[in-house]
Design a protein around this ligand. Structure first.
Ligand code: PMP
Length: 424
């Protein structure tokens, strides 16, 4: 398999060799690092990627859920370019930021006000800071395998195939209390022990990087009740789950967090993050009455804001419903193939998000997700050979330009890939 990959990707190999000289590991993003080297992309349109080696791949990764409208959607590209030409990068506010803030406040019932930043990492960092300012506490309760970016405290308890991350101060670890996803008893015990000392509870309504595992209603509602009782801000990280309903997973699951961290799709393909929520908590960022410093040269960058506005306009309730239905059908079909396969397979997910796990399940948290199973990486390579591009850990998601024949291609490719894995 590796030899046929190397033979069919000479231009990528050449670029990877140049890249290794000037960037450690040849890249600047952990998730794009694959052995022996990644395929370089020349262009991306709709649901398709064109590689520098002349291959066409169906993109079922969509920049880790960011490009929900597929690539280069015309209305978004038009608005971004128009705004960029009108003048970008001025140290003064512009109208697109007001529009995007109004759209988010209008769509998400728990969000009364928002602040923009440039990444999901910054969004969760700022949400946690606001919660610390509000509670005067420093302890953060998070989920084992919950991914919220790369600042110190949220790097604690992240899944990374057994590799320990360094560069994180020990004090960060001491500040974090981890709880297994969907473990309501453990969550209750944690709140009993340290509930009054917490700055926040931060969680994803669907555990993304940790395995695309939906939260149970019981877990979400217990989280809401315990945080309300102790006046601890509940922070939802909706970076991946915002696509599940016009108002995000919180609207779909009918639960209101105090703060929400946004990112990915709300920037229309440009770097973005946002934190939103209750006005009294958001007041921590008010330059006159609050005390949390929130600066950034590119915060609310006009082109990014215009891209976000155009994306949210396109991603209306109808588009989301279609995506969710396609996702549900796809998960059923993939599970049927998995049930007939030689390997144990469990498909998890919700709406247009899914993950393939090489285990019998049930998959309810990081420990039961079979994370790090080398079969997932093998699946990635086998699917790629069939022209289907997913995450090396088995995660995929849909985009609006995908057709029925694209979905059929995913199913057929999965069937063939499992056969190849069984034979190897
Ligand atoms: N939270 C979640 C749930 C994410 O999936 C990600 C990105 N994968 C982040 C936070 C971090 O966002 P960014 O990469 O923009 O910093």
């Amino acid at each position: 398999l590796e030899q046929s990959y190397v033979e069919s990707t000479p231009r990528s190999r050449e670029l990877a060799e140049r890249a290794r000289d000037v960037m450690p590991g040849g890249d600047t993003r952990s998730v794009t690092y694959v052995r022996p080297y990644p395929s370089y992309v020349e262009s991306a349109h709709g649901a398709q990627l064109e590689t520098v080696d002349g291959e066409t791949l169906l993109d079922v990764l969509n920049n880790y859920t960011q490009s929900v409208l597929g690539h280069t959607p015309e209305p978004v590209v038009d608005d971004v370019c128009t705004r960029f030409r009108a003048g970008n990068g001025v140290a003064a506010p512009t109208e697109p930021a007001v529009e995007l803030a109004e759209l988010l406040v209008g769509r998400v019932p728990s969000v009364e006000q928002v602040r923009f930043c440039n990444s999901g990492t910054e969004a969760t960092m700022n949400a946690i800071r606001a919660a610390m300012a509000w509670t005067q506490n420093e302890r953060v309760c998070k989920i084992t395998g919950g991914y919220h970016g790369t600042h110190d405290v949220v790097e604690v308890g992240v899944a990374d195939e057994g590799r320990e991350h360094t560069g994180i101060p020990r004090t960060a670890e001491q500040r974090v209390q981890t709880v297994s996803y969907n473990d309501t008893d453990q969550l209750k015990a944690t709140f009993e022990a340290v509930g009054d000392d917490l700055a926040c509870l931060i969680l994803e309504p669907i555990l993304g990087v940790g395995g695309m595992i939906p939260a149970t209603d019981e877990f979400l509602h217990t989280a809401r009740d315990l945080t309300a009782e102790t006046d601890t801000p509940l922070i939802f990280d909706e970076m991946m789950s915002f696509r599940l309903a016009p108002g995000g997973a919180q609207q779909r699951r009918v639960i209101e967090p105090d703060l929400t961290a946004f990112g990915k799709l709300i920037g229309g393909g440009l770097p973005v993050g946002a934190v939103g929520g209750r006005a009294d908590l958001m007041a921590q960022f008010h330059p006159e009455t609050g005390s949390v410093d929130h600066s950034g040269t590119f915060n609310a960058n006009p082109a990014t804001m215009a891209g976000g506005v155009a994306t949210l306009r396109e991603l209306d309730a109808d588009a989301i419903e279609t995506l969710n239905q396609q996702g549900a059908d796809l998960r059923t079909r993939l599970q049927e193939i998995g049930d007939d396969a030689d390997q144990p397979i469990t498909i998890t997910g919700e709406g247009s998000l899914f993950q393939i796990h090489f285990t019998d399940g049930p998959v309810r948290d990081l420990a039961s997700s079979a994370a790090g199973d080398p079969a997932a990486e093998q699946l990635f390579h086998e699917l790629r050979r069939e022209g289907v591009f997913i995450a090396p850990r088995g995660m995929g998601n849909l985009s609006t330009p995908m057709t029925d024949s694209d979905l059929d291609q995913i199913v057929t490719a999965f069937d063939r890939a499992l056969e190849s894995i069984a034979e190897s």
